[in-house]
Design a protein around this ligand. Structure first.
Ligand SMILES: Cc1cc2nc3c(=O)[nH]c(=O)nc-3n(C[C@H](O)[C@H](O)[C@H](O)COP(=O)(O)OP(=O)(O)OC[C@H]3O[C@@H](n4cnc5c(N)ncnc54)[C@H](O)[C@@H]3O)c2cc1C
Length: 409
């Protein structure tokens, strides 16, 4: 389906069905690997078994790098280090897609590890300043503070002396990272996490926004639209930003921890913060896009989604407002290895596109890879489209090479 464009738009029309553009960056071998990985994930029981095996490998410290690195890791991650990931960065860059280097080390609980994560993120910010293919940086706050402290801060419980020290260290770490983002003029996306740790993150991110976003959005908050309170939160934040004179940077996602959220609410006997249906989440998501476009003079957004309808809607809202496809306040973003047919076609039509490019030691990325496996499997029902696109592209390439052979003979 072609999407209407605003008048005087210099860019070619968008179609999500141009397969040659969608997979131009993948060699035949790479496409074959993606095909086998997505085919495997299409099998519910196999995915379930492999996820269980990965959990056991993590628990018992089993050596599985040899099996993971050349397969699923290669499809969804850039490499084990920044240096190793630069090849993927360049490949995306050639196709006008920015890479968001995502240091995927999760669930740490030691000061020394928090320090390492801080150093790594500042390194990414400095690299981004020099490399036009890395337009922004990102951080998962639980990489620089323990979850238990975030939870305690969010529930406003009394902190003991050592927790107070930990909280002060965390705030200083986060401030230093924000300062580096500001000094290097590289926006920082702060990921959203579970609702029971999110209040503490929100509070600190808002303080940093008010400090660093006077001229443009440098610090970006993330809202998860599977929460029924987030649209109102966003609306109020825009009002506050306008009143107090700071710009709003917002990554808008649907939310990753649906089962965990609902299970905890049930077990602990409080009302779930999650919408009752997928449709309600979709409606909130799309309303957040409309709110953003209505306030585009004041907000900068990253629409982090693989949902085709929402992405199309955003292009339509832009066209209705007369915004150029490459309006600097609007980014479309997907995860590396996922929904390439959207990313590459959006970029070919001039929209600003970026992809989260996770990297880190193979073992540390396992929780991330397990989430991708679940999300892309028949378990979530998300699988079909991605797999079908790859199958279609393989068919198209086979047909193309057959025709070339025919002409030669
Ligand atoms: C660039 C990028 C950055 C991201 N950053 C974050 C982040 O910081 N924090 C985070 O939590 N996630 C993040 N995500 C993941 C994101 O939240 C989603 O899990 C994922 O993108 C799937 O949603 P979708 O919009 O792509 O597509 P869809 O497949 O259309 O939506 C699936 C989503 O809908 C929601 N949903 C499904 N079923 C129901 C139901 N029964 N009731 C209510 N809601 C339902 C869930 O949120 C589910 O993940 C990010 C994703 C991208 C692409």
């Amino acid at each position: 389906m072609d999407i209407p464009q605003s008048e005087n738009n210099e860019f070619p029309p968008l179609s999500f069905r141009d397969f040659s553009t969608s997979f131009a960056h993948l060699s035949d071998n790479e496409l074959r690997l993606s095909y086998w990985i997505f085919r495997m994930m299409n099998n519910e029981w196999l995915t379930t078994i492999l996820i269980k095996l990965a959990e056991l490998a993590l628990k018992w410290n089993l050596p599985i790098r040899w099996a993971v690195k050349p397969t699923i890791f290669r499809v969804f991650c850039g490499g084990e280090t920044i240096f190793e990931s630069l090849q993927a960065v360049e490949k995306l860059g050639v196709n006008q897609i920015g890479a968001i280097l995502d240091y995927s080390v999760e669930g740490q609980d030691k000061e020394i590890e928090f320090g390492k994560t801080e150093t790594e993120i500042v390194r990414i910010i400095q690299l981004a300043k020099e490399n036009k293919n890395i337009p922004v940086s990102c951080i998962k706050v639980s990489g620089i503070v323990s979850n238990s402290l975030l939870e305690k801060l969010s529930s406003k419980k009394h902190l003991n002396e050592s927790e107070k020290r930990e909280a002060a260290n965390w705030q200083l770490r986060f401030e230093r990272i924000c300062q580096a983002a500001f000094d290097n003029d590289v926006p920082l996306y702060v990921d959203a996490e579970e609702s029971w740790v999110q209040d503490a993150i929100d509070e600190l991110v808002e303080t940093m926004m008010a400090r660093y976003n006077k001229e443009r959005a440098i610090i970006f908050q993330t809202i998860q639209m599977f929460r029924h309170d987030r649209l109102e939160y966003y609306r109020k934040l825009i009002e506050r930003g306008r009143l107090e004179g700071f710009k709003i940077g917002m990554k808008i996602v649907r939310g990753a921890y649906l089962d965990k959220e609902n299970r905890r609410a049930k077990e602990m006997g409080y009302p779930t913060p999650i919408n009752p249906t997928k449709q309600a989440t979709d409606d909130f998501y799309n309303a957040a896009l409309a709110l953003s476009v209505d306030n585009i003079d004041w907000v900068e957004i990253c629409a982090g989604t693989h949902n085709e309808e929402s992405s199309m809607l955003l292009t339509e809202l832009m066209a209705q407002k007369g915004l150029q496809n490459n309006h600097p306040h609007i980014y479309f973003s997907q995860l590396y290895g996922m929904s390439d047919y959207m990313s590459f076609n959006l970029a070919a039509s001039g929209y600003n596109v970026s992809k989260y490019l996770p990297y880190g030691p193979v073992k540390a990325t396992l929780p991330y890879l397990m989430r991708r496996a679940k999300e892309n499997s028949a378990i979530s029902g998300h699988m079909g489209k991605e797999y079908t696109m790859i199958v279609n592209e393989r068919k198209r390439r086979r047909q193309e090479s057959f025709e070339v052979e025919e002409i030669k003979s």
